[in-house]
Design a protein around this ligand. Structure first.
Ligand code: PBG
Length: 329
């Protein structure tokens, strides 16, 4: 006994002994202020219906969007991210930039009813194109970059005109941020911010979302535009390009399998960094909880805290409402 006491000089457990001291020394805080809730708006929707692949989430009709928006605001969540499911699709995704399109109507409704809630809109073509790709497709089946930029800019502008506070391009086309910034500025939307999905990986974790948004590619995959999971430096290059092109906020997506990328990104840029805790990550937790394999509250708080610890300033997550409730309680 004596010998043990003699040589133990460092006792890190002192700072873990009580709840109070643990609060005092915590290096990372998870608060509701940092959460963004995704919402799905479906043009063909009558009454809201639950999305099977995303338990706890609904598809709403555009006119009903005030309800989930108000619930988010009342829970203390500062922002929502709106995804649209149009009634019709075509080769060039024209419903994405229809001024009376599903997202544009939803945004107008939310901003009228819950004006203080920050509305972020996903800017992409994949939900709107018959082929399910995020860009214009050539005869040969290639995803064409530059012709896509024009459609993406039109989409972002129409969403800004509807009242979006932040537009979030997620298609991974080169020079997207620059193209959108130019159109917004020319049209008087200097105050509309851009949250760029800068480092979006070609991931297996988007499955439940593609079911929810009906946006799975009808041929091939997205590897000619989304990032290769083997690469991290490439993500930093994409992020640097987007910052140079005028992105206000940059994003890494998915989150859990890319905590190293989040860490490196947070150290290499001085704009706010978002992380997207994607649909597949949510579905894995829900499946484990349904099987009795994990405590949902503890598991989710641990995951989101880890994403914050890695360096994300804000987190887009399907758990947002539950987390807000837990953190308030
Ligand atoms: C559209 C888009 C996707 C997600 C967000 N925007 C799907 C994709 O790239 O196929 C995925 C979100 C999630 O899985 O939660 N490009």
């Amino acid at each position: 006994m004596m010998r043990v006491r003699d040589f133990i000089r460092q006792r890190p457990r002192r700072l873990r002994a009580t709840q109070s001291i643990r609060r005092l020394v915590a290096e990372t805080n998870l608060t509701t202020d940092r959460l963004i809730l995704p919402l799905f708006v479906d043009e063909g929707q009558g009454e809201p219906s639950e999305i099977e692949s995303l338990p706890g989430h609904m598809r709403w009709a555009p006119e009903q969007m005030a309800k989930p928006a108000r619930e988010a605001a009342e829970a203390g969540i500062p922002a929502v991210l709106v995804f649209g499911v149009p009634a019709v699709k075509d080769e060039v995704g024209s419903q994405a930039y229809n001024p009376k399109g599903v997202v544009q109507r939803a945004v107008a409704e939310i901003k009228r009813e819950v004006p203080d809630l920050i509305v972020i809109t996903d800017v992409c073509l994949c939900q709107y194109t018959s082929h399910g790709h995020c860009g214009v497709v050539s005869e040969a089946g290639e995803i064409l970059n530059d012709p896509t930029l024009e459609l993406i800019s039109k989409t972002a502008l129409s969403q800004a005109q509807a009242g979006a506070d932040i537009v979030a391009p997620s298609g991974m086309m080169d020079a997207t941020v620059r193209a959108i910034r130019e159109v917004l500025d020319e049209s008087g939307f200097q105050q509309t911010a851009i949250m760029a999905y800068s480092a979006k990986y070609a991931s297996a974790f988007y499955g439940p979302f593609r079911e929810a948004a009906d946006s799975a590619p009808q041929f091939g995959d997205r590897r000619s535009y989304q990032l290769d999971p083997r690469n991290a430096r490439e993500a930093l290059r994409e992020i640097a390009l987007d910052v140079a092109e005028g992105a206000d906020i940059v994003m890494v997506k998915p989150a859990l399998a890319y905590l190293d990328v989040i860490r490196r990104a947070s150290m290499s840029v001085n704009v706010p960094l978002a992380a997207y805790n994607v649909s597949g990550e949510y579905a894995m937790v829900k499946a484990a909880v349904a099987k009795g394999l994990m405590d949902e509250r503890l598991g989710v708080l641990e995951i989101l805290t880890a994403i914050r610890r890695a360096g994300a300033d804000m987190i887009i997550t399907y758990h947002a409402k539950d987390v807000a409730k837990w953190l308030a309680g």
